[in-house]
Design a protein around this ligand. Structure first.
Ligand code: GUN
Length: 714
């Protein structure tokens, strides 16, 4: 038996905090009077007239912390209406958690009309103590004409302000997005609903509506485009709900695209029809001999025994199985968000059904019109994805289309530059490119001696590695994702002469002679000065590619470095005299700044600005705009300066090239350094989020002893 939930603090009511994220996918907390709802979550649909599974069991046995029921169904039934009005909805249903209600829109879609007014249904939901109600939106069916859908979008938006007015502060409201299959109308609807307000109160959650008919005919490609186009205009500080989507098979894709909440009656409807849900599809138990899916509910029985049960007993059992499977798949998805594998999970699940595969391929490949809202949103998902991660990259046909890999490759192409000076002290353009292929990571082991030989032979050689995700400079040989592709060693060496010209051209190496080499067995005597030069190139290149620090500044701060190495000869700490500048991250090849390194970069950027090299403040410094910074409110400075995290709500502005998971500076309004850390959010998120950690601070830059810290309430 689970304990009853505690109400959130009044100042947190309706806020949404993102605690973990991978691209658009996120783990969040939504604050209500009936507890904090952890997302992604599914709200089982409870029909108050037919309780297939008692709401109390949903809470106690299955761990659902929220459910959805229909306020119109309750309003229409005199007995239910009286009881709900007297006792409140939580007592009526005997459910202690979060209760969301729908408004009758779905009934109007099924039956043509409803008898309740826009104001009345919101007032009723508030009067029975619902946590999150829904306004009466106009359901846009996919078979409607464009004109009819335009009307549905317009009328829904017109009703929004009225509904918010009635809701006042008594109830949180869903602001549904309509627009049928028209991407522009979806985006328009999302924008209008997001902007709707009455006396500064807005919708708390945005459900995407009008998709049930698409679910019924498995039009998942349309679903994915609707999610992308709607979310292109939704604010990141409000949860996105998918109305009527509850098949576990769809969770990974929807969550990877940013869905936070789902609701569905599928568990009960499918059970009534003798069907089992699984993460890979649906099974009829009709002629089943063995279970193709498992749960604690069905495992004590054979399919024949379940078929022999009375209908109510069978329905209850199958519904319980369906709920268990639903919760299990959501837990897997949340875990995948935590460990950065949600996209790969969606990729794998896409093979469960041809309709889902079509949807997935649509998302990753068919961005035919770059101006469509879905394409725009997909680009923002890519930009918001941490490009490097410690986990391995499973090899698959979709490998190159993973958002973090697209992001990593585009940063490489945009920001990497060939060295400005060579290990023999000479300057000038490279004289040749040597492409290494056929060796397994770690490439410093398989290619190291050949690389030293070719550099000795001709110091002005740029060494590239032919990886399964494209060419990567040898200076980034330990950087994920390039060095992390699982299965690199089973990838046969392509004996055909590969054409590297396009890749080399994109990295500024077009027209330079290319030599392709495979690893040599012979041990080459280590040359300390070449190794030191490779190390320095590696630091300059990582600062450039991951932190947007110009190679000129990178060279300046690494001019006189000393490197401390591990037992396996990998650089672990980089110093300038006594000053610790940074440490390479051994798990993913990234860079961890130290305070002195952050200060040096910050000062170098400032003096580059002062000398007029970077005069344009709006879009400064082209491909290397500098280590991104987050400007914080003066109230937060003492705390952040002492090393506390930067919380949302205390941010004045943030550089738009900030990359989630990568280093950033924290500064005050006069651009004085307050701290440095790793960003948790994009600049767009920092502009609107009000709760949670925005920058995980590594070190404060202010003198802790001089600071007088009093308690701060985040
Ligand atoms: N339930 C399923 N689809 C919808 C929708 O579009 N609007 C509302 N209010 N409820 C729904």
């Amino acid at each position: 038996m689970e304990s009853e939930p505690s109400p959130c603090r009044p100042q947190d009511l309706g806020k949404f905090e993102v605690t973990q994220r991978d691209g658009a996918a996120r783990l969040g907390k939504f604050f209500t009077k009936h507890g904090v709802l952890n997302t992604p979550a599914l709200l089982p649909v409870v029909n108050p007239n037919i309780l297939t599974v008692e709401p109390r069991s949903l809470w106690d046995e299955f761990g659902f912390r929220a459910l959805i029921t229909n306020s119109y169904v309750i309003w229409k039934n005199e007995n239910l209406r009286d009881r709900a009005t007297e006792e409140g909805i939580h007592k009526l249903l005997d459910f202690p958690g979060v209760i969301m209600t729908d408004s009758g829109t779905f009934q109007s879609y099924v039956y043509g009309d409803v008898e309740v007014s826009v104001e009345e249904i919101v007032r009723f939901q508030a009067s029975i103590g619902v946590d999150i109600g829904t306004m009466l939106d106009v359901f846009g069916r996919p078979d409607m004409t464009r004109k009819e859908i335009e009307d549905a979008v317009r009328i829904t938006a017109e009703r929004a302000t009225k509904s918010l007015q009635v809701a006042d502060t008594n109830i949180m409201l869903n602001g549904p997005i309509q627009g049928g299959l028209h991407q522009d109308l979806r985006a328009k609807s999302a924008k209008m609903m997001a902007e709707s307000e009455y006396q500064q109160s807005n919708f708390s959650i945005h459900p995407i509506g009008g998709i049930v008919p698409l679910m019924e005919s498995q039009r998942y490609h349309d679903l994915s485009e609707i999610i992308l186009s709607s979310s292109s205009e939704l604010p990141p500080n409000r949860p996105m709900h998918i109305f009527g989507c509850g098949h576990p098979m769809l969770f990974p894709m929807c969550i990877a695209l940013g869905a936070d909440l789902f609701d569905s009656a599928a568990y009960a409807l499918f059970a009534k029809d003798g069907r089992l849900l699984s993460e890979e599809g649906t099974y009829r138990i009709e002629s089943m001999v063995e279970w193709p899916t498992q749960s604690s509910h069905i495992s004590p029985y054979t399919p024949a025994q379940v078929r022999a049960m009375s209908k109510p007993e069978r329905t209850s059992l199958l519904a319980r199985h369906n709920l268990e499977v639903t919760q299990r798949e959501l837990a897997r998805c949340r875990e995948a968000v935590r460990n950065g594998s949600i996209w790969v999970m969606a990729e794998r699940r896409s093979h469960s059904s041809p309709h889902l595969r079509e949807a997935f391929l649509g998302i990753i490949r068919e961005r035919t019109d770059p101006n469509e809202p879905s394409a725009k949103r997909m680009r923002s998902i890519i930009r918001s994805t941490d490009p490097i991660r410690p986990s391995s990259e499973p090899l698959s046909e979709d490998l190159l289309h993973r958002p973090h890999i697209i992001h990593a490759n585009s940063l490489l192409v945009q920001r990497w530059r060939s060295p400005g000076s060579w290990h023999d002290g000479s300057f000038g353009a490279p004289s040749r490119v040597v492409v290494m292929k056929g060796g397994e990571p770690p490439w410093r082991a398989s290619y190291g001696s050949t690389v030293q030989r070719v550099l000795k032979e001709d110091p002005r050689t740029v060494v590239m590695i032919d990886s399964l995700i494209g060419l990567v400079p040898y200076s980034l040989e330990d950087l994920s994702p390039w060095c992390r592709v699982e299965g690199s060693n089973i990838h046969p060496v392509d004996t055909k002469e590969a054409d590297y010209s396009v890749d080399l051209e994109s990295m500024g190496l077009g027209g330079i002679p290319v030599l392709v080499l495979t690893p040599e067995d012979s041990e080459y005597e280590q040359d300390k000065s070449i190794l030191a030069w490779i190390d320095r190139c590696s630091f300059v290149d990582k600062l450039s590619v991951l932190c947007a620090v110009s190679p000129a500044i990178g060279c300046e701060i690494t001019d006189e470095i000393q490197v401390r190495r591990s037992n396996t000869n990998r650089p672990v700490n980089v110093y300038n005299g006594e000053m610790h500048l940074f440490s390479p991250r051994l798990n993913d090849g990234g860079i961890s700044l130290a305070l002195h390194g952050a200060k040096l970069i910050h000062e170098a950027m400032k003096s580059a600005k002062d000398t007029g090299e970077d005069s344009n403040d709006v879009q400064p410094r082209g491909d290397h705009p500098g280590l991104p910074s987050v400007t914080i409110h003066s109230d937060a400075i003492p705390f952040v300066g002492a090393g506390r995290n930067v919380m949302h709500g205390f941010i004045l502005k943030a550089d738009p090239w900030l990359i989630v998971g990568q280093p950033c500076l924290v500064v005050d309004e006069d651009d004085n350094l307050v701290a440095h850390g790793v960003s948790n959010s994009t600049s767009e998120e920092m502009a609107v989020m009000k709760k949670g950690v925005a920058v995980k601070v590594r070190e404060g830059a202010l003198d802790k002893d001089a600071l007088n810290l009093t308690a701060i309430d985040s």
